[in-house]
Design a protein around this ligand. Sequence first.
Ligand code: RP5
Length: 162
Amino acid sequence: MIEVGIVMGSNSDWEVMQNAARVLKDFGIAFETRVVSAHRTPDLLFQYAETAEARGLKAIIAGAGGAAHLPGMLAAKTHIPVLGVPVPSKYLRGEDSLLSIVQMPKGIPVATFAIGEAGAANAGLFAIAMLANGNPELAAKLKAFRKQQEDTVLAMSLPEVQ
Ligand code: RP5
């Protein structure tokens, strides 16, 4: 059963959003990917959000750039947690996307992540952390991932000053 939906406003967002998909795939989470645009396909956006609960989704990772209404509008139409990823935009480098996603009015929350690849990957990890509540096997995988990351940093060395 699909547990996480990854949606984005355009296929031009895929380069960034594939980082969320990669993380979910590495952890063996069943997910789907869709292009759903708040501005260009508003009816599809409503349909996606309205059917999310019945289809068993536990989280929706939504990435968009520019006037990024997708995460907020999804959150307005479903109580399934929405994790927003600001995609870098051409002229404002994603600062517009970040502010559009993070500045939700009180009552309709969107968990907002960093601009770009790190945000997409972290949204994937955050979805996994949510799913790991009550899933010891997944929690163990997440702990092993953290340990491996820790070991990598502990093994780092720096060059001598010449
Ligand atoms: C948004 O507009 C998308 O999320 C994308 O980041 C941005 C530009 O879309 P394209 O013009 O590249 O399709 O809806």
